[in-house]
Design a protein around this ligand. Structure first.
Ligand SMILES: *Cc1c(COP(=O)(O)O)cnc(C)c1O
Length: 404
């Protein structure tokens, strides 16, 4: 590919810090760099306790245990998301209850949450798509009223804000990802943000194989032992050292991502004005971290054709996501196509464009030109071939049609 979808970026001191970690002689977890990263995130984002994990997936698994999920329990979450949250729920025998998304932010539709609550509901797990916040005041209000826990899937939301508060710092728990496709990376990595002080102690135990080893290290107990369920959720110092090199550069990375985002947005304005595509939406009170740049096109055939066209030009764009309720696992739990119309419409029409720190102006321009060329030609073809439209294609087009 001439223009890849993602290119991991080394901000500066990552390799130096890894070498330093090696000389410190502690390559297991919770050494110097793990502490530095946690402290930096706690201070910058106002989080009670940040526990680094090997991935966001493992942070979500810890959150599921901290929500005391058990067979028969239900958790409300969007279907338009990555599989990790739903997996964390079903691993404990609980049931994900999928709610449709808003057509503007593509986040869980807060107006549909209350209707999905039953006596078995234990928690709400909102996902901040593309680093743009869910309606957290409303979601926290609903959770308070019904005595539910809120876990923010802020995998894409590190260094993004809702009404001045960092994503991941608002719910009882929040989960970050430092996977190489995210804004701040260490290959594979994540963190559990513990905002409810009552959950800190148990979170430390779950993370450290179900033992009270953290208390032992602090001298609070004289030997450590198995006290609860847990697993191996502590990342190595090698990963934390790399991550510290990235977190030190939090602001410059954020500035660069904003530039890339604005450049795409500016160059696509014209195509949006021509009605050929729809650009991302951000509410006033949300400060984005510019995690991605996506486009919404009129229908699934146009989206798939556009992906192929870009590929033929050496440009790697991707779709996002296959909705969880229409996956084999979703169908097995009784969901059908048509259950979540906005989710189905959006996932068929969305594509994500190449987005990485080192993308050049020329590369961005080439992407914009290739998109414009395809969409203008598609419109002409449609004009000529209108009478040959299949009924299926028409259906796809009207379901949950979005204006932002
Ligand atoms: C990337 C992502 C995850 C998974 O993160 P890992 O660190 O790869 O486990 C979970 N949820 C969402 C919304 C994501 O975008």
């Amino acid at each position: 590919m001439r223009i890849p979808f993602n290119k991991p970026f080394v901000a500066g001191k990552e390799l130096y810090y890894i070498a330093q970690a090696v000389t410190y002689g502690n390559l297991g977890g919770d050494g110097h760099f793990t502490r530095q990263c946690s402290q930096l995130l706690e201070e910058r984002f106002g989080i009670q306790r940040v526990l680094l994990t090997p991935s966001c997936t493992s942070a979500l698994e810890m959150a599921a245990v901290l929500c005391d999920l058990a067979p028969g329990d239900e958790v409300i979450l969007p279907s338009f998301t990555f599989v990790s949250a739903a997996n964390a729920v079903v691993r404990l025998g609980a049931q994900p209850v999928f709610v449709d998304i808003r057509s503007d932010t593509l986040n869980i539709d807060d107006s549909l949450i209350e209707a999905a609550i039953t006596p078995r509901t234990k928690a709400i797990w909102p996902v901040h798509y593309a680093g743009v916040a869910c309606e957290m005041d409303r979601i926290m209000g609903i959770a308070d009223k019904h005595g539910l826990r809120v876990v923010e899937d802020a995998a894409q939301g590190v260094n993004a804000f809702y009404d001045g508060r960092a994503l991941g710092s608002i719910g009882h728990l929040g989960c970050y990802s430092f996977h190489e496709t995210k804004n701040y990376i260490c290959g594979e990595g994540g963190a559990l943000c513990v905002n409810d002080p009552d959950l800190v102690g148990r979170a430390e135990i779950i993370r450290d194989k179900g033992t009270d080893r953290q208390q032992f290290f602090r001298g609070e107990v004289d030997k450590y032992t198995w006290v609860d369920v847990g697993s191996s959720y502590v990342p190595s110092e090698i990963c934390s050292a790399f991550l510290y090199g990235q977190l030190e550069m939090l602001d410059p990375i954020a500035v660069r991502r904003q530039e890339i985002y604005q450049a795409y947005r500016h160059r696509f304005k014209r195509l949006e004005a021509e009605g050929l595509l729809q650009l991302p939406f951000r509410p006033e009170d949300c400060t984005s971290n510019y995690h991605m740049f996506y486009l919404l096109v009129p229908d699934v055939a146009t989206r798939d054709g556009l992906l192929d066209h870009l590929r033929s030009r050496g440009i790697h764009a991707v779709f996002h996501y296959v909705p969880l309720h229409s996956s084999p696992m979703g169908v097995k739990s009784g969901y059908h196509e048509g259950d979540l119309p906005v989710t189905e419409s959006v996932s068929g029409r969305l594509l994500r464009l190449p987005f990485y720190y080192e993308i050049t102006e020329e590369e961005q321009q080439a992407v914009v030109e290739a998109v414009g060329e395809f969409l203008r030609n598609a419109r002409q073809r449609e004009g000529r071939g209108r009478k040959q439209h299949t009924p299926q294609a028409e259906n796809r087009q009207v379901v949950g049609s979005v204006q932002g």
